[in-house]
Ligand binder design. Structure first.
Ligand code: ZN
Length: 291
């Protein structure tokens, strides 16, 4: 049975409608309450989700209490230019091989947390995000879905001036500011999705639709990415892959983020997360051209 997992008030829970069941209690102690540790027990969650039927829940989901479904990944990958339409709007060639960068795991934050802007060049990138369940090395694409714990929504927030500061550009730092990796609101098992190969994503800013696409249009799909990355580095439970953003980013339309902007990211079958932008400072990096 499909499951819906959340990090609620720092505890691992299964979600049923707008209520939650505490996984440690539901499993009789077999699943740890720590959400990061609980991710290694995903194979038990299918049966545990069945057990929630008719059981009184511990409480109702409070969206302000949701944390990142994988709060402490060892690795966070980003994939650049993974939709043809986004490569075109970025005036870049469609890549022959995946454009992979790192987001440092310290950027991962709660689904509804504020995004802190330190320049006028910060952009949104709504993305379908994969959380690894069973880790591994040299995973074949045929077997890749068996290594997916769940799918969640993410914002690959990007400070464009920092991302492009060096020649050739090196994306990692510009995409790793603290608060630049909200994910959530929940993680759903792939079998909970209407179609795991056609996952629909939408991103709005201040209610205006900016991005709307599906994973069917990924240049490098989820199974391929898992195969590719795991041939290079061992994937661990909780590792996160931002699979790439569709067309409609702010840089392409001169609609970069400003103080008070509200980003809404929705994945069908997963849910919606809402992030408010707060202009906290200027980053004052000596080598960066001001946006
Ligand atoms: Zn991205």
């Amino acid at each position: 049975m499909a499951f819906t997992f959340a990090n609620h008030a720092g505890r691992a829970v299964l979600v049923d409608g707008d209520s939650f069941h505490d996984l440690e209690a539901l499993s009789g102690g077999a699943v740890p309450s720590d959400p990061a540790a609980a991710l290694a027990h995903g194979d038990k969650f299918h049966d545990l989700q069945k057990k929630t039927a008719g059981r009184p829940p511990e409480g109702r989901i409070d969206v302000t209490q949701l944390g990142a479904p994988s709060p402490a990944p060892q690795k966070v990958f980003g994939i650049g230019l993974n939709y043809k339409t986004h490569a075109a709007e970025s005036k870049m060639d469609v890549p022959d091989n995946p454009v992979v960068f790192a987001k440092f795991s310290s950027c991962i934050c709660a689904p509804n947390s504020n995004v802190e802007l330190r320049s006028n060049g910060v952009d949104y990138e709504g993305e379908i995000v994969v959380i690894i369940g069973k880790g591994g090395r040299d995973i074949d694409r045929i077997d890749a879905w068996n290594h997916v714990f769940g799918i969640t929504a993410g914002q690959d927030v990007s400070d464009r001036p920092v991302q492009m500061a060096s020649k050739p550009p090196h994306f990692d730092l510009g995409k790793s500011f603290d608060t630049f990796g909200p994910i959530g609101p929940v993680a759903v098992s792939p079998d909970a999705l209407p179609d795991r190969d056609v996952i629909a994503i939408k991103c709005l800013v201040n209610g205006e639709e900016r991005q709307n696409d599906t994973s069917a249009n990924l240049i490098f799909g989820i199974p391929f990415l898992i195969e590719y990355l795991s041939h290079i580095t061992t994937l661990h439970t909780g590792d996160v892959i931002f699979t790439g953003t569709p067309a409609g980013v702010g840089a392409a339309q001169k609609k970069l983020l400003r103080d008070g902007d509200v980003i809404t990211t929705t994945i069908d079958g997963v849910g919606t997360m809402t992030n408010t932008c707060v202009r906290v400072a200027d980053h004052n990096l000596p080598l960066v051209k001001k946006a």
